[in-house]
Design a protein around this ligand. Structure first.
Ligand code: PLP
Length: 389
């Protein structure tokens, strides 16, 4: 389809919920994508951090097509070989004891599941979330999300939610009480500006939760599956969550999400929660292949190595518009003193795709398989653009 036709059709029918950039992406391979005019880009968006193993990884493509031939859907009221294998594979990498899963189809759906599980297991209503935290856009997840711009038009949201400053233990200490089911936190805040937490903060949260009998939920939707240089970002901080929320990269681009909790919490009672597509064999096969690729190609280690290089490289940029370069592994933010949108536009002209994290932070979430030359080229383009602002 011609580019103009694609734009016209989408503009005529889109919900309007998304600001569009002027390109139609039609193909991807590794960390490169191509638009409908054949123009090539280095992709540091990776489907908003989904493409950890890159676009069209042959192992994922093979797993999807083989599974599609055998069986695409199988409800959870039956056992399934792919689902069983996925549990076994995921449990090798989740923190000790976290091996009870609820499988679903997106990050927000997984956050919903985590909120319900926390309320169900504790019998308490309260959820304490973080300022600048992001957990998705469905009404339950949105109640945990902080940004007033996302929340305001849809109030009233769920009762029982409050937000404390990310890093403020005194505030958390005051907020968590006998009616708190859980504290939910991102190990590195993504949408909120790429803000890594600290071991001291997470230690304190763990202690406060233990004292009051509240659960600690780590939202690893963006940070999980090698993104930050470890399988899960909690590992950087020695954080042992009770519940972890997974999504984005989990199935290499096929829609999927999961809630995983500590076995000591027990199980949900039949019928208490559910999802038609949750645990479907197609997504399970894609997720198994994705985990396999992460293992075989040692992608968490690669993200750690390339991320360390990238942070150091970006910190060399001499520009009055750069306030701070921060991140963990291949989850990198450049806080600017100017709005990020024109910078993203200039980068796109140089064939590099990057995304924002709020109005003034430039965010990079490249596939962990990105070639070193491509990462160097992306860093050079960012430098040129920022040094000329
Ligand atoms: C993207 C994201 C979500 C929501 O995931 P969706 O699949 O878009 O619903 C939740 N939490 C975090 C930390 C995220 O980055």
């Amino acid at each position: 389809m011609e580019t103009e036709k694609i734009f016209t059709l989408e503009n005529a029918h889109t919900s309007g919920a998304y600001a569009k950039r002027p390109a139609a992406l039609v193909r991807g391979k590794g960390a490169r994508v191509w638009d409908s005019d054949g123009r090539e880009y280095i992709d540091c968006i990776g489907g908003h951090g989904v493409a950890v193993v890159g676009h069209a990884h042959p192992a994922v493509v093979r797993a999807i097509s083989e599974q599609a031939e055998r069986m695409i859907i199988c409800p959870e009221s039956f056992y399934n070989d792919r689902r069983a294998e996925l549990y076994e594979r995921l449990s090798r990498h989740t923190p000790d004891g976290l091996n009870r899963f609820f499988l679903c189809n997106s990050g927000a759906e997984a956050v919903e599941g985590a909120i319900k599980a926390a309320r169900y297991f504790t019998g308490r209503p309260g959820i304490v979330a973080m300022k600048s935290g992001f957990h998705g856009r469905t009404l339950g997840a949105l109640s945990a999300t902080w940004n007033p711009k996302y929340r305001k038009p849809f109030e009233p949201l769920l009762a029982g939610f409050q937000h404390v400053s990310f890093g403020d233990l005194d505030a958390a200490d005051r907020a968590v009480g006998d009616d708190t089911a859980a504290v939910i936190v991102e190990p590195v805040q993504g949408e909120g500006g790429v803000n890594p937490g600290s071991a001291a903060f997470f230690d304190g949260l763990r202690r406060i939760c233990d004292e009051r009998g509240a659960l600690l939920i780590a939202d690893e939707v963006q940070t999980g599956f090698g993104r930050t240089g470890r399988w899960f970002a909690v590992e950087h901080f020695g954080l042992a969550p009770d519940i972890m929320v997974l999504g984005k990269g989990i199935a290499g681009g096929v829609p999927a999400g999961a809630v995983v909790w500590h076995r000591r919490l027990g199980t949900l009672k039949p019928g208490i929660h559910g999802s038609t597509f949750g645990g479907n064999p197609l997504a399970a096969a894609a997720a198994i292949a994705t985990v396999h690729v992460l293992e075989e190609e040692r992608l968490p280690e690669r993200a750690n190595r390339l991320g360390t290089w990238l942070l150091a490289e970006l910190r060399q940029i001499r520009s009055p518009v750069v306030k701070e370069v921060r991140g963990l592994g291949l989850m990198v933010g450049i806080a600017l003193r100017v709005r990020v949108t024109p910078v993203l536009r200039d980068l796109m002209k140089k064939s590099v795709l990057a995304l924002p994290a709020g109005p003034t932070v430039l965010r990079l979430l490249p596939p962990l398989v990105i070639e070193e030359e491509d990462l160097q080229a992306a860093a050079a383009a960012i430098r040129e653009v920022l040094e000329s602002v």
